[in-house]
Design a protein around this ligand. Sequence first.
Ligand SMILES: [Zn+2]
Length: 466
Amino acid sequence: MPPPKLTDRIKSIQNVRLAQSSSTWDIQIGYPDSSKDGSITTITPPSSEDISNPPLALPSLTHPHIHLDKAFIHSSPEYAHLLPSSGSFQEALSFTTNAKQQFTREDLLRRGEWLLAESVSAGVTAMRAFVEVDSAVKFTCLEAGLALKEQWKDSCEIQIACFAQDPIFSGEFGEQNRSLVEEALCNYPGIDVVGTTPYVESSVEAAKRNIEWAIERALQLGKHVDFHLDYNLDPERGALVWHVVKILRESRWTTNSTRKRVMLGHCTRLTLFKDEEWERLAREIRDYDLPVSFVGLPTSDLYMASSPSASSDQCPHHRPRGTLQVPEMIRRYGLDAVLGVNNVGNAFTPWASPDPLFLACLGVGIYQSGTQVDAELLYECVSTRARKAIGLPSASGLTLRPGDVPDLILFYDRDETGCEVSRPRYSVADVIWDPPARLNRDVLRGGRLKPAALPGWSLDTRYQFA
Ligand SMILES: [Zn+2]
């Protein structure tokens, strides 16, 4: 299936509501350069009074961390023999290794399209997509990812992370995996990010070499670096985040020296940090001007990140989970932290949806973040903050302003029930607390509209074309 065909460029959208404003507004979009996406030029009081419910216009959504090649393995009959039987982390690793031996380009493109279509229709217009390179899959996942990046570029800006899920400094295939990643980085200029998994190495020594190698390569090649890091809840194991900070400092990777960024994912071990350790981490990142962001991956962490002391004989139902406390990291320590979907439909995360608003909604419960202001922060974590964290220009906040990129979602009040009843959502909190269905989200990318998944959908008259 070809990607969706977007409409022509929109020059104005009439009568919409904005975050933190009770009145309605008209948004004008300009395209000074015919090859670029344009930007919001002015926001003015409405030129005409529209009696119908005006939609709420917010910045579009972002996947700061998603696995494109491993998505929806469980939805493909050819992998039916690899459905979870115990649900353990070891099983997920070994079943996924087996599944990877069966990956074909055709199957990768099909499952990738499922992920892209469901994400774009939810309102995602930018993502960092991980594709694996190793001795099992060679360049098959990477090539499929690069093809999808090109095919879907009108609907979504896809950053490709060339990803070593497997060891590159230990184990039987370590050396071979590393030289394949090296080869990929040399030969495929479409790669935007160097991604590795230090926690899968067989020793701390190898994990540190993994970190050093990835930072050095990313710096040399002018790419972002992204680690799957400290994915445990074991107080006996030291956190490798300190080594990342040390190597960044020694490499002089600062916000001034390069526009490329550093992302640290999972990091569940950090939830065992004391206040002094958080203070120290935040201070080092701030003082050394390191462009580091953290991404919490709660759907995977809730499913997988259990403590080694859990389910003891004394307390068999004591099963604590750990996931980065994203709002607390932002507010208390001034760290940069966002939220990502990570995996969908595979042994690492069999549950949940690619819709980032589902994730933000889950955050209300996980972080006990129930206020209106909390909801706005959670929305930012899957939208503007996530975009910035992966190194893309972004709106400064949820209230749209002149100069912002015209990547938007308009939330409507169309009947989702078949009962001719629709409950309006007036605020960002209404959207986060119970995200509306995709048919209530009109998605603009670069000022062009993606057709809505609605039978008999026709363009609303509030859109004026250039
Ligand atoms: Zn991941």
